[in-house]
Design a protein around this ligand. Structure first.
Ligand code: ATP
Ligand code: MG
Length: 505
């Protein structure tokens, strides 16, 4: 019986001894062994009373077992709902309550804290550890290693993925099988993935980037993955010689560049480095090319839409841009007030439409209506522009826009100037309430090691580079910017922190 997600990602490998996961200890899990584990898990889930359409919440350390749970859900038609491992029990409470998950899988270490949470929502709780132990592993022990794949259509829901919560409370994006397959297949093609590829996978798999981009693309192409529990520079450097491609967030690349061992010799054989989830600094792009001869390919996507744009595989990977819209994705820029489409080159709200666009936010009909237009366009919340030749540049999030004295200020424009100043390692610009201007600009700077920075030093360097209304009226120097687990700068944290600089006292 058909089940596009399971069939295209997993079922096609039944009985094949080809390598799928290379683990840090040097062992390899072949496709067939992986599928047999997944089938046992599918039986165990069914034995727990889960039926097609039920939600399974999974808060597990990254492991082959966790990935096998994803495959088991696909095979049994259960909705896979991975949760960030950094979330506390209080946060998980919201996700379990909101999603109505019937069963929660967690690491043994987290079990005690989650018992009351699951009890409060009537969800069952079981454990599954990376070493193959735990009550769920026990329940799956000895169960049949084949499972009759449940019939599903491309329109059926396959996963709920909660957004990163960078701009507010996380929202549960409902993703259909089609959403997970359509542009992963496109990416496998445009990034030229083949069965010879070995992807260095150091991303978390509770997020769209590591799960639906990295993993699905590899599975669709028949390649294998060096499956690392997390990004650790030493382990990554040790494994780069065995890999052909890597997908990462910008902090992966800056960390590699901070290490003198990372050089041309180590990655001369590499085929592709991809960056996404947060803006890649043009400076990182340049340094990376100088050091390795490779140009990082930057792309742009999100939980709700998988991938929207990608710089080209062949051709101009343009630093500071996220490349043109992918085949099958319509992308336009609109006036945030009126929704009218803007001409190319003008900054506005990025909207996208295509088979990649999600089905709405679970139990948030109002939010869904606000962001998903009736004609199918999703209002991404990101501001940007499309160059005449189709390349897209993101200038920041709509929520980060600063309006000072009636002027729109795009933080990124100021950040680019600040990042260029001597002694500045990185910067973040936010607006803070101002009695005269409504809002005014606060620059938060991280200095290079040993550098001294303050307002008096920075201000003159900006005087002829930025219009007066864009110049920071307050400069704060910090050791590090607040980031979430995907490496995204949490501007809401900075906004709260500096909310009073122009109004207090
Ligand atoms: P929330 O929606 O809960 O506030 P979030 O938007 O950070 O969280 P994700 O879906 O993980 O949740 O992230 C998608 C966002 O990441 C995009 O809307 C965009 O702002 C940002 N992003 C992704 N790739 C890039 C990129 N290459 N350059 C700039 N920003 C990017
Ligand atoms: Mg978002």
């Amino acid at each position: 019986m058909p089940n596009p997600l399971y069939d295209r990602l997993f079922g096609r490998y039944a009985g094949q001894q080809t390598p799928f996961l290379h683990l840090p200890d040097g062992s390899v899990i072949a496709h067939d062994a992986f599928l047999r584990m997944a089938a046992r898990f599918a039986h165990a889930l069914t034995a727990q009373g889960l039926t097609p359409g039920d939600r399974l919440a999974v808060q597990l350390a990254k492991s082959p077992e966790m990935l096998a749970v994803y495959a088991a859900c696909a095979q049994a038609g259960i909705i896979f709902l991975p949760l960030n491992t950094a979330y506390t029990a209080a946060e998980v409470d919201y996700f379990v309550g909101n999603s109505g998950a019937k069963l929660v899988l967690c690491d043994t270490a987290a079990e005690a804290a989650l018992v009351p949470v699951c009890a409060a929502h009537g969800a069952a709780l079981m454990t599954l550890d990376g070493d193959g132990t735990g009550s769920f592993a026990d329940a799956a022990q000895g169960l049949p290693e084949t499972f009759d794949t449940v019939d599903r259509s491309a329109d059926d829901l396959a996963a709920f993925l909660y957004t990163s919560g960078t701009t507010g409370r996380s929202k549960g994006a409902m993703l259909s099988q089609e959403n997970l397959l359509s542009n992963s297949a496109t990416l496998a093609q445009v990034w030229r993935f083949t069965e010879d590829d070995v992807l260095l996978h150091a991303l978390p798999i509770f997020h769209t980037h590591g799960l639906f981009v990295a993993t699905n693309v590899t599975l669709l192409a028949g390649g294998s993955m060096i499956f690392l529990p997390k990004f650790d520079t030493d382990t990554v450097i040790a494994n780069l010689p065995k890999a052909t491609a890597m997908m990462g967030v910008p902090t992966f690349y800056t960390r590699l560049l901070d290490d003198p061992r990372f050089d041309r010799d180590l990655v001369g054989h590499f085929r592709l480095f991809v960056s996404g989830s947060a803006p890649l600094l043009a400076e990182t792009h340049r340094q990376f090319e100088d050091r390795t001869g490779h140009r990082i390919l930057e792309r742009y996507g999100m939980t709700e839409t998988n991938m929207n744009t990608s710089n080209p595989y062949d051709g101009d990977r343009r630093a500071g841009t996220v490349g043109p819209a992918l085949p099958g994705v319509e992308l336009k820029v609109t006036d945030p007030e009126t929704g009218a489409e803007l001409p190319r080159g003008e900054i506005g709200m990025i909207e996208v439409r295509g088979a990649n666009v999600f089905q709405g936010y679970w139990q948030m009909p109002e939010k869904t209506k606000e962001e998903l237009r009736e004609d199918g366009f999703f209002i991404t919340g990101d501001l940007g522009l499309v160059e005449p030749d189709g390349y897209v540049t993101i200038v920041g999030r709509g929520k980060d826009l600063i309006i000072s004295g009636g002027f729109n200020i795009y933080p990124k424009e100021i950040e680019l100037v600040l990042d260029d100043l001597p002694g500045v390692k990185e910067s973040a610009v936010v607006g803070a309430p101002h009695p005269d201007f409504g809002e005014s600009v606060v620059a938060v700077l991280v200095p290079e090691t040993g550098a001294t920075l303050d307002h008096a030093l920075v201000a003159p360097a900006l005087a002829d580079r930025l219009a007066k209304f864009k110049q920071p009226r307050h400069v704060a120097v910090v050791d590090a910017l607040p980031r979430n687990t995907m490496g995204k700068v949490q501007k809401n944290v900075l906004r709260d922190q500096f909310a009073g600089v122009f109004t207090d006292g």
